[in-house]
Design a protein. Structure first.
Length: 149
């Protein structure tokens, strides 16, 4: 089996209370995905001012050490440009792909001299390394030339 990082919860943007949460916190994770390149995701913020910064604070060590990645503006969202979407990404070190390993992260939004956080209501967002079975369709494998290599 292949090991991969799996989010602990479904994409927040699909939750019924996403809009209310965004209005309350001013910043919300939309979704997070994993690939060979690392972890990436999107964040939505209320557009309170032109100048703004969104960063992801993350850890591979249970917050004993922390790293930050700056999110990049992707474009407006919401009715009449009242919201903005930012995209982030950060690499995952190979040692992390051991069963049970975890990545924790939270989002920080700096705007108009204030700082706002989305830390999943105090629980942090997390991804856990789990087994993922790969299944090759039988017919494809038997008919391919790969077994001659």
């Amino acid at each position: 089996p292949l090991q991969c990082l799996v989010p602990a919860s479904p994409p927040p943007v699909e939750a019924a209370d996403f809009g209310e949460r965004l209005r309350r916190q001013l910043v919300c994770l939309e979704r997070v995905t994993c690939s060979d390149l690392g972890i990436s995701g999107t964040v939505r913020v209320l557009n309170l001012a032109f100048e703004k910064q969104v960063t992801v604070r993350y850890t591979f060590s249970g917050w004993r050490s922390v790293h930050e990645a700056v999110a990049r503006w992707r474009g407006p969202a919401g009715a009449e440009g009242t919201e903005d979407v930012f995209a982030f990404g950060f690499p995952v070190p190979p040692f992390l792909l051991e069963l049970g390993s975890r990545v924790h992260f939270a989002l920080r939004y700096r705007v108009a001299g204030a700082e706002h956080w989305d830390n999943n209501d105090g629980c942090d967002y997390s991804l856990t390394c789990r087994n993922h079975a790969l299944h090759m369709p039988r017919g494809e494998c038997e008919e391919s030339w790969i077994h001659f290599i």
